[in-house]
Write a protein that binds this ligand. Structure first.
Ligand code: UDP
Length: 487
């Protein structure tokens, strides 16, 4: 845990307790740890229990590195609470947990642990504001969305004041409703691109007020980082996330530097489900770019009827597929596959509960990704050169899906899902999209270009590489100044 000139930078990282948010921050934490930072990674107790249930990763990450530790604090919800299945209640509970988090950090500092230099907080974890202020360290806001979605969230309260929120989805396609006032030189947004919890139907759900509250709080921070790269979204986009002129930099894709290094313990996500590695052996036996990977992330649900259509659409496409069937995917239940379907597709299909997704997307046999368009999945697919079919569910996924298709041109989508996520997507549409994405040379070429751009960004001399160095140097200077003032 040697810092430069015997000063150790101690970063405390605090993700929102959901899989995608934790993944982004754990990769960034690993990156900082490999550059000599001392890392305290703070989960809620619920998340920690889910992630370390198998004890596999904890031993990999925790004990193999002297400069990396995990801490956890209670979210105050009862044990039987679904957490991510009632996101609004989870947000509201967390808003009030600043005191618990601060008490934990104060208790667990000293005794050879370097003083805290900064708190790297998820952009939607406002409970860290008081902690950073009371501990007199900078709050570094880490946006786990793409820059455009982060801007839309940061400015949501202004959009609310201007009457854009709540979003009337029936007016979502009217050109005069397009949002052109956001900064950062981002493309104009349809109302349906905003975080979906701002839609009219959510106004009586606690999530609506909770995300609006987080939006109002999001300018409390002295440094801003975004998990995107300049070549994808432009330098101005990250700059528009600045709070009162503070540094605001694109540093992503944060998983990529360590992934490219091939360091085993950092090649995986930190999963709440047991990863099933057997799919990698299955992929080894398939032809290059012949397999469609199907996964809807950690939270998206589908109706049983929709899963039936999806299964039959995949079958009709004739392509091989690897399908992640999370144990709760059918509205909280396990999916029931159509009669005879597994038998009919057994020579070209594999079903798993959870994959090592980074390795799957990097596998040469994978030629397309049917995804819910979560930002991590999207940026992982971009970094691996895999074209996508977007099928958004909630949150920022509608924006990610549209940008993937229209702006970055590495994906397709299904008509009107952006304004009616309850619409049944028929098997013929699924079949057609699969065929179009798997056999699309133009999209493939574009995907290769973006893959190269992402890799260039994180390699020595690249935009994200340089921005990470700027951040590291700034924090090192703070740590040095801090150590001087202690003398
Ligand atoms: N993921 C995984 N294995 C799976 C499915 C997903 O490791 O079988 C990971 C994926 O690589 C990504 C995260 O889970 O890092 C999902 O995050 P995303 O932002 O895409 O969606 P969310 O789950 O937050 O909706």
């Amino acid at each position: 845990m040697n810092g430069v000139n015997n000063v150790t930078v101690h970063a405390v990282l605090v993700p929102f307790p959901a899989q995608g948010h934790v993944n982004a921050l754990i990769h960034f934490a690993n990156l900082l740890a490999s550059r000599g930072f001392f890392i305290t990674f703070v989960n809620t107790e619920w998340t920690e229990k889910r992630m370390f249930g198998s004890a596999k990763l904890k031993s990999q990450l925790h004990y193999s590195k002297p400069n990396f530790r995990f801490l956890s604090f209670p979210d105050s919800l009862p044990p039987e609470h679904g957490r991510t299945s009632h996101l609004g209640e989870l947000f509201i509970a967390l808003v009030k947990r600043g005191d618990a988090l601060e008490a934990l950090l104060r208790k667990e500092t000293g005794n050879g642990i370097p003083p805290v230099t900064c708190i790297v907080s998820d952009g939607v974890m406002s409970c860290t504001i008081s902690v950073a202020a009371n501990m007199q360290v900078p709050r570094v806001v880490f946006w786990p969305f793409c820059a455009a979605a982060s801007i839309a969230q940061k400015y949501a309260y202004s959009l609310f004041s201007q009457g854009h929120i709540p979003v009337k989805i029936s007016e979502g396609n009217r050109p005069e409703k397009m949002i052109t006032t956001l900064p950062g030189n981002i493309p104009a947004l349809w109302p349906s691109d905003l975080i979906s919890f701002y839609r009219e139907q959510f106004t009586s759900d606690p999530i609506y007020e909770a995300v609006l509250f987080e939006s109002r709080m999001s300018d409390m921070g002295e440094y801003v980082l975004a998990n995107t790269f300049e070549e994808l979204e432009g330098r101005e986009a990250a700059a528009a996330l600045s709070n009162k002129g503070c540094p605001s930099l694109s540093i992503g894709p944060v998983f990529l530097p360590n992934f490219l290094e091939g360091e085993n313990s950092t090649q995986s996500n930190m999963s709440m489900w047991e990863e099933d590695d057997s799919c990698l052996h299955w992929l080894d036996k398939q032809r290059p770019r012949s397999v469609l990977y199907v996964s809807f992330g950690s939270l998206a649900l589908k109706s049983q009827e929709q899963l039936d259509e999806l299964a039959l659409g995949l079958e009709q496409s004739g392509y091989a597929f690897l399908w992640v069937l999370r144990s709760d995917i059918a509205q909280g239940q396990a999916a029931v596959l159509p009669e005879g379907f597994e038998e009919r597709t057994k020579d070209r299909a594999l079903f798993v509960k959870w994959t090592p997704q980074l390795k799957v997307l990097a596998h040469p046999s994978v030629g397309g990704f049917l995804t819910h368009s979560g930002w991590n999945s999207t940026v992982e697919s971009i970094s691996m050169g895999v074209p996508m079919i977007g099928w958004p569910y909630f949150g920022d996924q509608f924006l990610n899906c549209r940008f993937t298709k229209e702006i970055w041109k590495v994906g397709l989508d299904f008509k009107d899902v952006d304004v009616d996520d309850g619409r049944l997507v028929r098997r013929e549409e699924i079949e057609s999209a699969v065929v179009r994405v798997m056999a699309n040379e133009e999209m493939q070429k574009k995907a290769e270009e973006l893959k190269e751009a992402a890799r260039k960004a994180v390699m020595e001399g690249g935009s994200s590489f340089n921005n990470i160095n700027t951040f590291i140097n700034d924090m090192l200077n703070r740590a040095k100044a801090q150590s001087q003032s202690f003398k």
